[in-house]
Ligand binder design. Structure first.
Ligand code: NAP
Length: 258
């Protein structure tokens, strides 16, 4: 059981609160967004709404879920203690900046939840390796310590694969639904199809192996893949990820996209 506070009660905070519900924690959420905070307090018994200073003062673990510019304004004025544990999910606020903004607290970890942390099964890259993240989220999610902040930021870039890949899946599912007239069945088919691919084989080339198995000459998969490659789609994705490098402090790309 922990006293947990959330600063910034938005999309990702709400998902994390729901993921922590029912485990005996006492959870304080900050007042903004007011409607979202009220909904969480109404539906989850252990949630109480408080002003930012009370969230920090009344918590042992503070989870920072603010936008970066807000964090830089708000964090320095809060009553931080040296015994606070801080978990930041914020992009664009490096570990060193957090240490300054939240002094004298030093137990600070960065991680990258996704909205489905609400129901568990979320990969959680974390830097530095932190007992707090494992203790709160490890039982239901996959905690993946990474070796450096640069590596963590590369995972931020990879987390941004979600929207473009989901966009492609939505496009393909919509295409199927238009053909069959049944959007519910189309969704069921495509989600089950891709769930079947999503158990890594532990070789580090799981997706490459799957592509090999779908490369039958003259097959539909090979034909559609070739059509998309002719349009530049896979290379465009790698190039798109490279555009995130400056913002995330990643070194310039060294090789051509495959
Ligand atoms: N969404 C994701 O999937 C995701 C995943 C990983 C990491 N993150 C990170 O999580 C952070 C939040 O993202 P989000 O998607 O949850 O954004 P969001 O829904 O906009 O949440 C931000 C929250 O901060 C609140 N806020 C604004 N000013 C505040 C203040 N002075 N004091 C307290 N709260 C204040 C906002 O309230 P108002 O609406 O009233 O302004 C809003 O509820 C970002 O740094 C993002 O990089 C998000």
């Amino acid at each position: 059981m922990a006293r947990i506070g959330f600063l910034g009660t938005g999309e990702i905070a709400g998902a994390m609160v729901r993921g922590l519900a029912g485990q005996g924690h006492r959870i304080l959420v900050s007042e903004r967004n007011a409607d979202h905070a009220a909904m969480l307090a109404r539906t989850i018994p252990e949630v109480t709404i408080a002003a930012n200073p009370q969230v920090v003062a009344g918590s042992d673990v503070v989870i920072a879920c603010l936008m970066a510019a807000t964090a830089r304004q708000v964090l320095p004025d809060l009553p931080w203690r040296s015994d606070h544990t801080i978990i930041s999910v914020m992009v664009d606020v490096p570990h060193g900046d957090l240490a300054t903004l939240c002094a004298p607290a030093t137990d600070i970890a960065l991680t990258i939840p996704m909205p489905f942390i609400s129901s568990g099964g979320c990969p959680l890259p974390v830097f530095p390796d932190a007992a707090s993240v494992t203790a709160l989220f490890g039982a239901r999610n996959l905690v993946l310590p990474v070796a450096s902040e640069v590596a963590l930021n590369a995972h931020f870039a990879a987390s941004a694969l979600s929207a473009p890949i989901l966009r492609l899946l939505a496009e393909g599912t919509g295409w199927l639904a238009r053909e069959t007239g049944d959007p519910v069945a189309a969704e069921a088919y495509v989600t089950a199809l891709f769930a079947g691919y999503m158990t890594p084989d532990g070789t580090g080339r799981h997706f490459a192996g799957l592509l090999d198995s779908l490369a039958t000459e003259g097959g539909l998969n090979a034909a559609l893949r070739a059509a998309l490659e002719d349009l530049g789609a896979p290379a465009a994705l790698g190039a798109g990820m490279d555009t995130l490098r400056p913002r995330l402090g990643l070194p310039p790309a060294t090789g051509a996209a495959s």
